[in-house]
Write a protein of this length. Structure first.
Length: 206
């Protein structure tokens, strides 16, 4: 089960659809197009942390932790400000967020302005989910993942297409990971990070 399916199962895509006034099918299409870049940004953060996944777990908590998941799932309209803070951390600038949305628009057929509004909501869902894994909570289906950092390693290893243990899992080099054909297409050079390839195709590689 990929991350889009997990978020849908938890009601995350329904909440995003409600917040943005779109159908769940459109929310799912947008998520499929945007999540590889979000996870690419998370992968970069994991690789940049001196303590690997442990450091990333701490960062997730600083960004809002599991409460971010609850905020999006709440029946109340979601304040995207914390999601924008997450994007600022993983992407570095609003220019990168715009590039990601524009790239996703060309692949999903959805309006780039809509995808820019969707990005912070998805960032909150992903951060909240991963933080719950780091804390041992299992709000979504996480078969085979243990509590604490072991659970986070298993979750990240699968989502990044790598192994299920240790920092190497977060930096795994699976070309498609859980994203199937879309992930393989975006990860053109097979380094396991769709974000790098989006920026490269846009002429904005850092």
């Amino acid at each position: 089960m990929n991350l889009t399916d997990l978020l849908a199962q938890a009601g995350g895509l329904q909440s995003v659809a409600r917040d943005l006034g779109i159908s769940e099918a459109q929310a799912a299409s947008g998520a499929e197009a945007l999540l590889p870049a979000i996870m690419g940004g998370m992968k970069k953060q994991a690789q940049a942390q001196p303590a690997g996944l442990e450091g990333l777990g701490g960062l997730l908590g600083q960004l809002g932790g599991g409460s971010l998941l609850d905020q999006v799932l709440s029946p109340q309209p979601t304040d995207p400000s914390q999601g924008n803070a997450v994007l600022g951390q993983i992407f570095g600038s609003k220019d990168v967020s715009r590039t990601v949305a524009d790239s996703a628009a060309s692949r999903s057929g959805l309006d780039s302005g809509l995808l820019r509004k969707m990005l912070p909501l998805l960032a909150m869902l992903v951060t909240g989910y991963m933080a719950r894994q780091a804390g041992g909570g299992q709000p979504l289906e996480t078969a085979g993942s243990g509590p604490g950092l072991g659970g986070l390693a298993g979750s990240l290893g699968g989502l990044f297409g790598g192994r299920s243990t240790g920092t190497a899992g977060a930096g795994g080099a699976g070309a498609a990971g859980p994203w199937g054909g879309l992930g393989a297409m975006l990860d053109a050079n097979g380094d396991g990070n769709a974000l790098d390839d989006i920026l490269r195709m846009a002429g904005g590689s850092r």
